[in-house]
Ligand binder design. Structure first.
Ligand SMILES: [Fe+2]
Length: 277
């Protein structure tokens, strides 16, 4: 292991992985080393660029905490999130498609009960989101857990608005005996991904458009079914074909219809896949 050079270093690192007890870890690390080295070799990475990369990743870590996830955003804009989601959720037709989780999921969102609004005190055009959670055979799933979250009327998530900010525009509810759910909230706009961190700066440097089409995030779970992470998008949104995080799927786009009282109504049914185990 002396005098290693650009032609021998890769095999030396891979050889050291030979004794990794966990077979999957060994496979993942071997592939990672091979591809990472190939990237440096093909790009002819300079030391200054390597240093800039280290500083960039350090900043991504420094902009991440229990609430904000800059690494998820980085994965999203690189398309890695969509690649991972799609290769793990290649579902038969009829099941609701999955899409990216995004950086703003919070596991302990407030329970919505007694007609409480998802939007809490945020102003905006009233919006009703409703539908049914069921299985592919049409059976209703009673007691399914529906978690929903979205930005406010200014295009910001609660956790982007600082520590101590009250939770808003996120909540959890359960479906009724017929598998139905109903959410009172506000209409959400298209929004640009977070610009004040290293990933936003990278998007700027790449002259990439930072906008996401208007959407509501959902995580739907029930015993005996695969957990579904998805979005519901607004038909006609100008960013449906240029989503900054590559998350749009045709089957998740629905009309957001204004009713006679000026309220927006979104109907969306979720069809869950039975657990394979
Ligand atoms: Fe979002």
């Amino acid at each position: 292991l002396r005098n290693l050079n650009q032609d021998t270093i890769t095999q030396a690192v891979i050889a050291r992985l030979a004794g990794t007890p966990d077979a999957r870890l060994k496979e993942v690390m071997t592939n990672l080393v091979q591809h990472l080295h190939a990237f440096a070799r093909e790009t002819r990475l300079t030391e200054a660029e390597w240093q800039a990369g280290i500083e960039f990743l350090t900043a991504v870590g420094q902009h991440s905490d229990a609430d904000r996830q800059e690494f998820v955003l980085l994965s999203d804009i690189l398309g890695l999130s969509t690649l991972t989601v799609t290769q793990n959720h290649d579902k038969p037709a009829g099941l609701t498609e999955s899409t990216v989780m995004g950086p703003f999921y919070v596991a302990d969102a407030p329970q919505l009960s007694g007609g409480a609004k998802l939007s809490a005190d945020r102003p905006g055009q009233p919006c009703l989101v409703w539908g049914r959670v069921g299985a592919i055979d049409g059976a209703a799933i009673a007691g399914a857990t529906v978690e929903a979250w979205h930005c406010d009327g200014d295009g910001l998530y609660d956790i982007q608005q600082g520590q101590g900010e009250q939770r808003h525009c996120r909540g959890v509810l359960q479906t009724d005996a017929q598998g139905r759910y109903q959410i009172q909230t506000i209409v959400v706009p298209s929004y640009p991904v977070t610009a004040d961190g290293p990933v936003g700066q990278l998007l700027g440097a790449m002259a990439s458009q930072p906008w996401r089409p208007a959407h509501i995030h959902f995580r739907v779970s029930a015993p005996g079914f695969e957990t579904l992470v998805t979005h519901v998008y607004r038909e006609g949104d100008p960013y449906l074909d240029s989503d900054a995080v590559y998350g749009v799927r045709e089957s998740l786009i629905v009309p957001w219809v204004e009713d006679t009282q000026g309220r927006c109504v979104i109907e969306f049914d979720f069809v869950l896949q039975r657990s394979l185990a």
